[in-house]
Design a protein around this ligand. Structure first.
Ligand code: ATP
Length: 242
């Protein structure tokens, strides 16, 4: 479903160039639940954004459903992304002036006005315990309610994959467990999940755990001396199984 081929992403900065991705090769098959762990600044968010068609790599290819996302025109890439990929972020990224219901519907691809999602939004709100908050705006929601709204927004279009970046980073343990339970249900129903997380919340859900250090991926935990700053290190780049 997702194939990363030697992805590199460099950022210039006052202290010199940073290699956020230093040659990442990874294959993710349909139905996997992949957890990516690693220290702050090692490139996890950059990888997730690149996989989701949101951040062009400096080098390398990203194939999603056999299409090279960064070789197609931006408008087509946006269409692919909005139809097939659901995002969940640590800081929710809800639209502040829209209600819960409207925020969830904003997850639909533009032009999708079929009746089905309109019925589905009510089902999702009730499944996620948001029914009584349908007309509330994000500012009056708890963090858990905001993230459940963001989850519903990602799920409304029945995406092929959900990419979640620290989805429980701002939640208490009860709400964090709830988010993973819901991601687990989506996975059990055939969905594909890639989640970046620092915590242990994903234990019991992951079908594969990858570790990132200095812009590179490894299937095994990093050695103790692994640097927490970006740059090249000796962690082997892997072409993951699949
Ligand atoms: P965290 O766990 O703290 O969110 P991360 O592993 O997700 O970190 P990234 O956000 O991917 O790390 O960043 C990887 C490196 O790339 C960091 O050194 C970061 O400062 C740098 N970086 C990321 N985005 C940019 C940008 N837009 N401009 C310059 N440098 C950037």
């Amino acid at each position: 479903m997702l194939l990363c081929e030697q992805l590199e992403r460099r950022f210039g900065g006052p202290a010199g160039e940073v290699a956020a991705l230093a040659g990442v090769s990874l294959r993710i098959d349909r139905g996997e639940f992949v957890v990516i762990k690693g220290p702050s600044g090692c490139g996890k968010s950059t990888l997730l954004l690149t996989m989701g068609g949101m951040q062009r790599p400096s080098r390398g290819n990203l194939l999603f459903l056999d299409q090279n996302l960064y070789e197609m025109p931006a408008a087509r890439r946006n269409r692919v992304r909005s139809k097939h990929i659901g995002f969940v972020f640590q800081l929710f990224h809800l639209i502040p002036y829209l209600t819960v219901r409207e925020n969830i519907l904003a997850g639909l691809p533009p032009g999708d006005s079929s009746r089905l999602p309109l019925e589905r939004v009510d089902d999702l709100m009730s499944e996620l315990g948001l029914g009584h908050r349908a007309l509330h705006k994000p500012g009056s929601l708890s963090a858990g309610e905001r993230q459940r709204t963001a989850l519903a927004r990602a799920l409304i279009k029945k995406p092929d994959v959900i990419l979640a970046d620290e989805p429980t980073g701002n939640l208490d343990p009860v709400n964090a467990a709830y988010v993973f339970r819901f991601l687990g249900e989506y996975h059990r129903s055939g969905g594909t999940v890639v989640v970046v997380t620092h915590g242990q919340d994903a234990a019991g859900y992951a079908s594969r755990t990858l570790h990132m250090a200095s812009g590179r991926l490894s299937a095994d935990p990093p050695p103790p001396e692994t640097s927490t700053t970006s740059g090249h290190d000796s962690t082997p780049t892997i072409a993951a199984k699949g």
